[in-house]
Design a protein around this ligand. Structure first.
Ligand code: ADP
Ligand code: MG
Length: 660
């Protein structure tokens, strides 16, 4: 029903609701309070200075009002609670003065200042507080306060046909209350126990529907036609046997997963996850090789140019018979044109690049596989942009685990997952040390020790989020300092985001060849970069980084059997950073990050639209979500899923899912 049809709501009123994102009565009913104000009398014998208090009593005197300015007035009076007399101060309520004569019964909510025996009130209610009162508090606007919102909602509840999206069997299993009752209770709270029961039902419903959509998408993906390649696994095996190292069991298993996906007529939609340094890259190269053997082009998209270049150089070494092209945003026009030409006419087998890979002018001849490295660095789902001739490519996402399980489940709920849990053998955990700026001498001494051993060091300059230019200045400042300290024994190089591609390339090459021993950099090296002889990373102002980012940076060292070190320099937030000194497990780190920073924008992207839950919080309601996931899977595969009775659930599941 349209809002206009609600009795007593004007055109302006409709607009005010629209401004809160409410367009119809269904939106209105689902405009749930974001918290509840529980008014319960405070025991004044048991309060501390500064506590929030609620008391009732009678007015002791006629209030005094001072007009401080046109927009600010202050009213003060005394209240007698029967056991105590206290001062009350409240701002901008002069209009209440006439209701507050001596002897009037009132309730005061405010903050208690013990020294002055004064309550600075945020609200005054007329009458005594007889019993506990619970007020629903909504996100409101200057035009619509919580009271008004609640009133309009209540004028609609009961008239509207509210559908329950939880199948009967599940409602019974969990003893959920009736949906109508749940909706009524969240807007008309009488006791918190009931409200919480109501909320549990509504949260579960939200999660159930979301998971149902995810599972539906997944089953659809599996059904949709993919490319079927005929490839002799012996060829893949031969390639693996020729590698300079043995793959770990998990790497082998991941390769098998991918081989199966690519040879079966099902479209691959797979996430390959594994901690930093676990060896995802080689798996992705094998995937590209399998795809090549099947006769298709493959693309690997990296989040930074440096990483793209590194992948490009590596794959050319490992697969010298393939025609590989590099495509980045900073290529010269002529180079780029030539590359594009070869990509579209099929001369190129594998394309490595940054997001330039998916720009509009890139036309593939027969793109069969798309891999994105460090998936969490990209926005969610950019695959829609690929221009390809009539083929829907298989997809492989790679991620270095900073996705807590909770997130992986929801964000990637429609994907299959291969996990690399074990590190290649012979790796030692990185020793992580926390130091303050005062202890910089210790750090320099440690650095010297490493240099004497012939090892190399990364130094990460403080991060300035707003400005790449300032990042650059920080890098040069550090270069000067490092040159002062180590100029005689080591060569110092710098790397930052403003450098040209070939300059970066040159510096990285020098670092790889040990022509540079100390590399000072911004976080451009954060992901993926691989130089095994580097055994130490020093990160200045570490407090500016999230834990997951620091873990990624730390992953630059500890890439072979040498002892390696990560030094976090920070004068702040020692407690948070301390977590890193205790664990090397990226999984645990990301969980902590998640707990500390919440689910909002953990990975630099906002949640996708689908994930904006009204009530549920995937962190807090994790267990509920797991249940919803299982239940929705079962429901999707049951005969109930096709029944007339649950048409509304099926519609809600399928309508919002659009397949590309
Ligand atoms: P990440 O998973 O973080 O992307 P990489 O793919 O960059 O990790 O691998 C890290 C390093 O480990 C690389 O130098 C790679 O050559 C090496 N590596 C990968 N797999 C193995 C293995 N099975 N045994 C030994 N070294 C390996
Ligand atoms: Mg990598």
């Amino acid at each position: 029903m349209d809002l206009k049809e609600i009795k007593g709501i004007s055109i302006n009123g409709v607009r005010n609701f629209n401004n809160l994102g409410i367009y119809n009565t269904s939106d209105l009913i689902q405009y749930y309070p974001f918290r509840y104000e529980v008014l319960e009398k405070t025991d004044m014998n048991n309060v501390n200075d500064g506590d929030k208090v609620i008391i009732d009593g009678i007015c002791e005197n006629t209030p005094n009002v001072y007009y401080i300015s046109r927009k600010l007035n202050k009213m003060s009076f005394r209240i007698n609670t029967g056991t105590k007399i206290m001062n009350v101060v409240i701002f901008n309520r002069a209009f209440l003065k006439n209701n507050l004569s001596m002897g009037k019964e009132i309730t005061i909510i405010g903050k208690y200042d013990m020294k002055h025996n004064t309550i600075t009130a945020s609200d005054i209610k007329l009458g005594l507080l007889k019993e506990t009162v619970i007020n629903p508090i909504y996100h409101s606007s200057s035009k619509l306060n919580s009271k008004k919102i609640n009133k309009v909602i209540n004028s609609v509840i009961g008239k509207e046909n509210i559908l329950d999206y939880i199948p009967d069997a599940l409602n019974e299993r969990y003893h959920f209350m009736d949906k109508n009752r749940a909706v009524y209770l969240v807007h008309n709270p009488s006791n918190m126990k009931l409200v919480n029961e109501a909320l549990e039902k509504l949260k579960y419903e939200e999660l159930f529907l979301f998971m149902l959509k995810m599972n539906y998408l997944k089953s659809n993906n599996t059904k949709s036609d993919g490319l079927k390649r005929e490839i002799d696994y012996a060829l893949v095996e031969k390639f693996i046997n020729d590698l300079p190292f043995d793959l770990t069991c998990d790497q082998m298993k991941s390769v098998k997963d991918i081989y199966n996906d690519l040879t079966l007529p099902k479209r691959m939609n797979r996430l390959l996850q594994g901690d930093v340094g676990s060896g995802k890259t080689i798996v992705s190269f094998i995937a590209l090789y399998i795809n090549y053997l099947g006769g298709y082009q493959g693309a690997l998209m990296a989040p930074t140019e440096i990483l793209a270049i590194q992948h490009y150089n590596n794959i050319k070494k490992l697969l010298p018979n393939l025609n590989v092209a590099l495509l980045t945003g900073k290529m010269k026009a002529k180079e780029r044109r030539e590359a594009l030409e070869k990509i579209s006419n099929g001369e190129i087998d594998v394309i490595i690049g940054t997001h330039a890979l998916i720009s509009d002018d890139v036309i593939y001849k027969n793109l069969g596989l798309v891999i994105t490295d460090e998936q969490h660095r990209f926005g969610v789902n950019q695959r829609g942009n690929l221009k390809n001739k009539g083929i829907t490519p298989d997809i492989l996402y790679m991620s270095a685990t900073p996705i807590p399980r909770t997130y992986a489940l929801t964000l990637y709920g429609d994907m299959d997952i291969s996990s690399i849990r074990t590190m290649p053998s012979g790796r030692k955990p990185v020793k992580t040390i926390l130091k303050s700026n005062k202890e910089i001498k210790d750090v320099l001494y440690m650095m010297l020790e490493e240099i004497k051993k012939g090892h190399q060091i990364y130094v990460i300059a403080p991060l300035v989020e707003e400005s790449e230019t300032m990042d650059m200045e920080n890098v040069y400042e550090l270069e000067e300092k490092m040159n002062k300290a180590f100029g005689k024994v080591a060569k110092v190089g710098v790397l930052h985001g403003k450098m040209k591609a070939n300059e970066k390339d040159e510096i990285m090459d020098k670092f790889k060849n040990n022509e540079i021993q100390i590399l000072i950099s911004t976080t451009v090296i954060e992901v993926g970069v691989d130089v095994a002889n580097a055994t130490m990373i020093v990160i200045f102002d570490s407090y500016r980084f999230g834990l997951s980012a620091l873990h990624q940076l730390r992953g630059r060292v500890g890439r072979n059997e040498l002892e390696s070190y990560c030094v976090l320099i920070s004068d702040r937030e020692a407690k948070r950073l301390d977590i890193l000194t205790h664990t090397n497990d990226g999984f645990k780190v990301s969980e902590e990050d998640f707990l500390l920073r919440g689910s909002g924008d953990l990975f630099g992207f906002r949640q996708s639209g689908d994930m904006n839950f009204k009530l549920a919080d995937i962190k807090r309601d994790y267990d509920l979500m797991l249940r919803a996931k299982e239940d929705s899977e079962r429901f999707l595969n049951s005969s109930d899923y096709n029944s007339e009775k649950y048409k509304h659930i099926i519609n809600a599941t399928e309508e919002s899912v659009n397949l590309d």
